[in-house]
Structures are given as C-alpha cells and as structure tokens.
Design a protein around this ligand. Structure first.
Ligand code: SF4
Ligand code: SF4
Length: 121
C-alpha cells in the first residue's frame, strides 16, 4: 500500500472549496495574535452565535469579505509545476491535518496517495 507523499501540486490550496480548508481553530488564532501576524489575521473572520464566537472562517478577502478561491499564502516555484506554503510554520490546524486519510484525499482531489501520480516520478 503506498504511503502519503505531498506532491506539492497545490491542488488543496488552489481550490480551497474542494480541499475544505475553511476554518481556523482558537489555537490558530491565538498563535497568529501572539506572533502579531496581522497579514494572516486580516483573512480571518469570526462567526458569532449571539455574542459568542463559534468559528473562525478562513480565508476571507479583507476587502470583499468573501471567501477566496485560492489561498493568499500559496506561492508557485518558479518554472516548476510545484507550490509551497509561505506560512508553513504557522499554517492552520486544518492545513496541517489535510488530508485526514486516503478517502479524504480521494474525495478532494489530492494525489498524495497515488502510487505514481501523473507527471511526477
Ligand atoms: S493536494 Fe495533496 S499532494 Fe497536492 S499539495 Fe495538497 S496535500 Fe500535497
Ligand atoms: S495556509 Fe498554506 S497549506 Fe493552508 S491553504 Fe494556504 S498555502 Fe495551503
């Protein structure tokens, strides 16, 4: 059985809806506040029930207040079909855990468990 290997294809960050990376945890937000990463926090919106925060939505465009399709912290490697996360050490829990298992990967288009993904050795 093949092991998971991130192919750096960027699919899960280019198509956030499919990857379902739409929530940050309280811990993520606390980390970003502690690190004074307002550049990250500007893409986070708390959702309230009454006066109580019940979720933190990501990544929400600071000007339109709408979810972005592609993560603003994703960059492409020049002249290569590979992508990387510019907030790797601070990325939210949902990104650190993605994909949770082989089935989740298959359902969301992640090729990380494919034995020989197309176009890669
Ligand atoms: S879709 Fe899978 S293989 Fe591609 S970058 Fe995301 S985790 Fe890595
Ligand atoms: S924070 Fe990093 S891992 Fe998460 S969606 Fe953005 S680029 Fe991808």
């Amino acid at each position: 059985m093949p092991e998971f290997v991130c192919r750096q294809c960027g699919h899960c960050c280019l198509n956030l809806k499919e990857g379902k990376k739409s929530d940050a945890t309280e811990g993520d937000v606390a980390t970003w506040i502690k690190a004074r990463r307002w550049d990250i926090l500007q893409y986070v919106r708390p959702s309230f029930v009454g006066r109580q925060v019940f979720a933190y939505d990501i990544w929400i465009h600071p000007k339109t207040d709408l979810p972005v399709k592609r993560c603003p912290f994703l960059r492409k490697v020049r002249n290569q079909p590979r992508y990387y996360c510019t907030i790797q050490d601070l990325k939210p829990y949902v990104c650190r855990m993605y994909p949770v298992d082989e089935d989740h990967a298959a359902r969301t288009g992640c090729p990380g468990w494919a034995a020989e993904p197309p176009g890669r050795p």
